[in-house]
Design a protein around this ligand. Structure first.
Ligand SMILES: [Zn+2]
Ligand SMILES: [Zn+2]
Length: 264
């Protein structure tokens, strides 16, 4: 059985990831307009009306913007933690009761042949989660919007075959950049976002032969660049003898457009 995985957009301006099999099509987050999500999906040969479920990580607008529209237009159920539902129910517009679905951290949620298991992450939202996705012996993980990395989170990331990992900012750029003080404090804080260096250290820590493909995503537009994020992570890995392109593939997830679709 094969699993397809494709970030449809990634960054503070909107996040959504497609993953699917022959039988099942899933979005994790829908933080762009419904129109843009369906356009980016169709560029990869996927029809939005075939999407079986939308899973939400947390209620920030860059993760939910198009969820309500897509749910109404294509009758798609939305899955989120109780806290996330509390945080987003006034933002989504009317969702028909049968499309309001709950997930709980550490509990499996099965959609046909795919199993999703959310886990809690430290971020300034109601009950934010990242997702492990399982298909037979394959594991994919979508993990962004994390203020810091704990040991339990490292365990969740380990043994992924595909990983979308946040590399939000370059700390120096952020500190010296134009953001107001409170925003810098928020991003750098324990419930904000992780930096390029932290992303590199995470990959160094969890690297094994299973980890074939990594997307770095959720980059800050002001405080990072794709080249800087890639080079920082590459340097940290190569310092440990892990050669990018030989031992591991690393790709920058596109900010506005769909990235390469991976099949494993
Ligand atoms: Zn967020
Ligand atoms: Zn976000």
């Amino acid at each position: 059985m094969r699993l397809s995985f494709c970030p449809l957009a990634s960054g503070s301006s909107g996040n959504s990831v497609f993953l699917g099999t022959k039988e099942t099509k899933i979005l994790i987050d829908a933080g762009l307009s419904g129109k843009k999500i369906s356009e980016n999906l169709s560029k990869k040969g996927i029809d939005c009306k075939d999407v079986d479920a939308i899973f939400i990580t947390h209620e920030h607008n860059d993760h939910i913007k198009g969820a309500g529209i897509l749910s109404r237009r294509y009758n798609i159920p939305i899955y989120a933690t109780p806290g996330t539902w509390d945080g987003m129910k006034n933002e989504l517009g009317d969702i028909s009761p049968q499309n309001i679905k709950y997930v709980y951290a550490e509990e499996n949620c099965v959609i046909n042949d795919i199993c999703l298991k959310p886990f809690l992450i430290p971020h300034d939202a109601n009950e934010p989660v990242a997702y492990n996705i399982f298909l037979v012996n394959l594991k994919a993980t979508v993990a962004t919007d994390m203020g810091h990395i704990t040991k339990p989170i490292l365990e969740k990331l380990k043994d992924s075959n595909i990983l979308l990992l946040e590399a939000n900012h370059d700390t120096k750029m952020l500190k010296e950049g134009p953001y107001p003080f409170y925003l810098k404090e928020r991003i750098l804080g324990k419930f904000g976002h992780i930096s390029n260096v932290v992303a590199g250290k995470v990959l160094r820590e969890i690297f094994n032969e299973k980890l074939a493909h990594v997307y770095l995503g959720h980059l800050s537009e002001q405080n990072n660049s794709p080249k800087l994020a890639f080079d920082t992570v590459k340097y940290i890995l190569e310092d440990e003898g892990i050669i990018v392109g030989r031992d591991i593939n690393i790709e920058m997830a596109n900010r506005y457009d769909a990235s390469t679709k991976i099949e494993v």
